[in-house]
Write a protein that binds this ligand. Sequence first.
Ligand code: 9MR
Ligand code: ZN
Length: 582
Amino acid sequence: MRSCRWFLVLLLAGCAQESESARPALNESIKVDQVGYLPARAKIAIVTDSRASGSFAVRRSADGSEVLTGRLGPPLADPDTGDTVRIADFSVVNQAGSFYLDVAGVGASHEFDVAPDVYAKVFYLAMRAFYGQRCGTAVDLAPTYPGYRHAACHAAGTPNPDALMHASSGASGAVEATRGWHDAGDYGKYVVNSGITTGELLWTYEVFAGHVGSVRLDIPESGGSLPDLLSEVRWNLDWMLKMQDRDGGVWHKLTSERFGGFVMPERDDGGPRYVIGTGSGPYKSSCATGDFAAVMAAAARIFRPFDPDFAAVSLAAAERAWRWLSAHPSVVFKNCCGVQTGEYGDGNCADERLWAAAELFRTTGGAEYNAYFAANHAAARPGLVGGGTPSWQDVGTLALLTYSFSAQPATDEAVRGQLRADTLAAADAIVARTAANPYHVSLRSTDYVWGSNGVAANYGVLLALAYAMQPKPAYLDAAADNLHYLLGRNTFGLSWVTQTGRRPFHNPHHRPSGADANAEPWPGMLSGGPNRYGGDPVIDAMPAIPPARRYKDDQASYASNEIAINWNAPLVFLLASLLADQ
Ligand code: 9MR
Ligand code: ZN
């Protein structure tokens, strides 16, 4: 009996060894989603090596056994990357497991998983990355990521607490404006960018509560009465509320005058931190005030079942912001008076005001907001019809979408019908474009801007919302295509989420990652991605190359390799759309 068992063990070990050595060498020109694919959804890999003979196999990682053989598609020229690509479609593989592609004449791909919960971990990391960005408190990602920590920053008792009133604000002295999230690789806090970020995270909960409501993020509030996602959002809402002036207007940003060095936030050497104004009356900006009103109105709606008092505070703040905005609809922010930090300047605050009206209407049913939306929504339609994504500059699409999901009895059904038709037509066009793109990404050549990975993620948001309106499988497949692009199915074969996938990028422009002693960057953060227009010395020094290649995994490339909250938020939304019901 005993010897027999030994014999079996040896036999199995022998088999495993044989198939392991039979695995061809890894070849980075086979690009897969390095996290993986959902069993029931489309599955595509991209092959850019011209030696490919035309056949491929999908094999189990454990023993090399073949689960599918297929033929590559024809060579396709991709002007955005300059690559010639061939597609390996293995959508029929719907069993769970760990696999790799074996492409004849080329080699093996990275391993990837197929599983119903394949995105659970990356969702956890991408959402928990907001905790890592918390300002005004100590942060510690242990026990899951020991060593990723910082002491309390920018708070009472630290060298530059938030905050002093800047000369540009028309005021002076100190105010209490702690909490919130650091914006990006820098330690500034900007209301406009917080607006779209917090709005998209609130929507993540509102649309996908069934997927994310009980996900534990291992944050200090875990185990309390709020879903963890909302506790994390609350940290930033608390800061935003402090950015509202007594007259209802909202300050544009809170930063030092210049960016500090690559040090941990508690050692920030950028100098005093200020609440910054426009330099002349009324000092607050209309875009910040509009975004603030929209976010606070949404927060009032979404927090009401958990915390009616906070909902009431949020709604009152939104309404005061709305009134200020009605009196001051177009106060544009520009850096002045010695301020060099991010501007988030935007010459047109009509879309922010429309978003405010739409969220306030959706929350309250108020006739004034409905009337404003009726009279002004047409201006935002071309953005939606043209299939444009929401961005910090343009939140018009968010205004239209929130109205079309309104449950208020006074919702104008004719307008809603038009907006839904517009959304579905835009989604159909994006689906067609994505299928025709050799890399199966929704990005157009002109979309390779600063933060193009955020644009890709926001295509996912748009498509997932279209799917929520009408569950056409192609909408969610195309949404997932954009995720696959971000997680490795791109010309670089890089996963653009830190510590995620077999070959993640390593050198984000992110001060804590650059300053701490950890070998790997902080987990769960999305790189800005290729930027055809440049804006930093690294990208600007590149020779003329196709737009989707203007990227470098280099800490110095803030125009292509920074991380930012407004890029992580649509990533979180997109991931949430692909999580299983709990
Ligand atoms: O995301 C912003 C991008 O659209 C702008 O072109 C760029 C230059 O103004 O600024 C980006 O935002 C940065 C902000 O100004 C400061 N914090 C880091 C942000 C991400 O790079
Ligand atoms: Zn801070």
